[in-house]
Design a protein around this ligand. Structure first.
Ligand code: AMP
Length: 605
């Protein structure tokens, strides 16, 4: 039997893993019990790693021992601007690594962000291995459509540390569209509205005959569910009685507990019209004359909507800009796909429906769509079954640095790739024998606002007046988003070419060491998981035996062919489960456990 393949949504707030089973994409539950794994990593008091829900719990007691939302900084250079940006977003500091990458300090250990991402990926891999009872090493991973080469390369590096072979990186909106079934019968324009915990992304896809083309992308990387929670927190703080209000507003522990309560209330208001919020013992814990207070209040859905409407409207502003970029009118959108847990909020759905003049599609769980789509694509790739053709666009503009500190763009953002673009440039001064052509990526008008990718150096030019030295610069951007730049002196034919591939963020020996460390962890964890898998099967067997006795009694009291068939099914299943346990075969045990769980929950085996 072929080794299974998985699809992974490596998210900013939550991650998920899925697979195609029996022709359907399904989420693989985490060993901790949920369907999503919080993208949180920590080190506990013994220096042991904790990932996901346990790390989230650790964050409540020891916020300094965990990091989260590190995807925001993955694959980015640790510049002063990034440090500044991080300061505004997260309480933990970023630390520059030896190759200019960003790192974090976890319990006194400085870790590259690719290692943090590898820990999350490693956990998802272990979840998948526990589900199948066998080794899993091939996957499709999703990335935001506007991830640049370095961010994509860092994602691949993280996968490699986690012992995963990446069959392909797929853009998140494209994966979502696959999950919504757009590869089969849909033709037209799909808008993917992705509002997660910390970021908002909008993408427009054109789908024709199973060909997916990202036509435009945009977003706001500082707008997400957290902001909605903060609106509620501010409102709660305003209700604290004077003179305690200021102390509560400054106390990090009080604010953290208010935030947890705010998020619970926000979720509740998706289903109900009111939510009771009660948080006790708020105040200044650092003061010696400690005085504490509490808030108890009811938040109605209507008032939550008043509080958060400006944020939802900001999402629509982003949609408007992306529509303009794509030169499209909201009514040219044929389908609106919702992605991200925040799109469950009724107000968000209502505003989206009003803006586009159509109700958004809601038939897939918005926080699972990306992982499900990744699994569908992974399955198509291994079966080579007329896989959907995924066409991409340049996520960011590419250009050449020119006089006045400006950038002349050769390839503008959202141009379909592969693409070739050329232009003529003159040396900055007359009499130059050598020119350096700096290459920039980004949307800023000035070089300082863009990211410098590298430069082409053209030597042995014929010295003369600057107007006589015409240099043709050609940018070729491949479908894998690798940029080749060629510069030619048109007079002499002297030419130079560079390939600007994303640099790996870690030195090779360090990456190899981390891979070995991760492999050791995976092996020991997989052994523990298989023991726990057997334990779980034993418990299921006991329940299954009770069910078999019940069905047997039922069949005796009310005999029928169906009742007898149900008894035979469960007995056969129990027999094969016992055989799997006796053989100690992890794959058979996992299969048996899955089937027994289905039967016990009233579903078909
Ligand atoms: P994601 O990054 O897609 O996992 O989205 C996480 C965000 O969605 C968080 O801000 C959650 O509070 C929010 N969220 C998840 N489920 C719900 C719900 N049922 N109602 C409101 N917000 C939700």
């Amino acid at each position: 039997m072929q080794e299974p393949v998985i699809g992974i949504d490596l998210g900013t707030t939550n991650s998920a893993v899925a697979t195609v089973e029996g022709g359907r994409a399904r989420i693989i539950p985490s060993r901790a019990g949920g369907r999503l794994t919080p993208s949180v990593v920590g080190l506990d008091g013994d220096g042991e790693r904790v990932v996901g829900t346990p790390a989230q719990r650790l964050a409540e007691d020891q916020p300094g021992s965990v990091v989260w939302a590190t995807k925001r900084f993955l694959g980015r250079r640790c510049t002063p601007e990034l440090l500044q940006e991080a300061k505004a977003l997260v309480p933990y500091p970023l630390i520059p690594g030896p190759t200019g990458d960003a790192r974090v300090n976890l319990g006194g250990k400085v870790m590259p962000l690719t290692q943090v991402a590898a820990m999350i990926l490693g956990e998802l891999k272990l979840d998948a291995q526990a589900h199948f009872g066998r080794k899993v090493s091939r996957c499709v991973i999703t990335v935001p459509a506007n991830f640049d080469d370095n961010q994509r390369s860092a994602t691949r590096e993280a996968a490699s540390i986690a012992g995963l072979e990446v069959l392909r990186l797929v853009n998140e909106p494209t994966a979502a569209a696959l999950a919504y079934g757009l590869s089969t019968s849909f033709q037209g324009n799909a808008l993917v509205f992705d509002l997660g915990g910390g970021t908002f992304d909008v993408s427009i896809l054109e789908v024709r005959n199973g060909v997916f083309e990202v036509r435009a992308t945009g977003g706001d990387s500082t707008l997400g569910g957290e902001d909605f929670d903060q609106r509620i927190v501010q409102w709660l703080v305003a209700q604290v009685e004077e003179p305690m209000r200021e102390a509560v507003a400054k106390d990090t522990s009080s604010l953290r507990r208010l935030k947890v309560a705010a998020e619970v209330a926000k979720r509740e208001l998706t289903e109900k019209q009111e939510s009771l919020i009660s948080v006790a013992a708020l105040g200044d814990y650092t003061s010696t004359t400690r005085r504490l207070t509490g808030v108890e209040t009811v938040l109605t859905r209507a008032f939550f909507e008043t509080l958060s409407e400006p944020l939802s409207r900001r999402c629509l502003e982003v949609c408007r800009t992306v529509m303009q970029d794509a030169k499209m009118d909201p009514h040219a959108v044929d389908v609106v796909l919702l992605v991200g847990g925040m799109t469950r909020v009724p107000l968000v759905r209502r505003l989206v429906a009003d803006f586009f003049g159509r109700a958004p599609s809601t038939e897939v769980n918005p926080d699972e769509a990306v992982a499900l789509g990744a699994a569908i694509h992974a399955d198509e790739l291994v079966r080579q079954s007329g896989a959907a053709l995924l066409l991409d666009v340049a996520g960011q503009s590419l250009g050449v640095g020119v006089l006045g500190g400006r950038v002349k763009k050769l390839i503008v953002k959202n141009t379909q790739v592969p693409v070739v673009a050329r232009d003529i440039f003159l040396p900055s001064r007359s009499g130059q024998a050598e020119v350096r052509i700096p290459i920039y990526q980004g949307e800023g008008e000035f070089q300082d606002d863009n990211h410098k990718l590298g430069e082409v150096v053209l030597k042995n030019l014929q010295v003369g007046h600057r107007a006589e030295t015409q240099i043709e610069v050609t940018f070729a951007l491949s479908s894998e988003s690798i940029l080749s730049v060629r510069a030619v002196d048109l007079k002499t034919g002297v030419a130079e070419q560079v390939r600007l591939e994303a640099r790996p963020s870690l030195p090779a020996p360090e990456a190899a060491k981390l891979s070995q460390e991760q492999a050791r962890y995976t092996t020991s964890q997989a052994w523990e998981d298989s023991q726990q898998g057997q334990e779980k099967l034993r418990r299921l067997l006991e329940k299954g035996e009770k069910l078999a006795r019940l069905l047997q009694r039922g069949a005796q009291e009310n005999p029928s062919p169906e009742a007898q068939a149900a008894v035979t099914t469960i007995r056969t299943l129990l027999e094969s489960s016992r055989a799997a346990l006796e053989a100690g075969n992890p794959e058979q045990c996992a299969n048996a456990a899955r089937q027994l769980t289905q039967v016990l929950s009233g579903r078909q085996a």
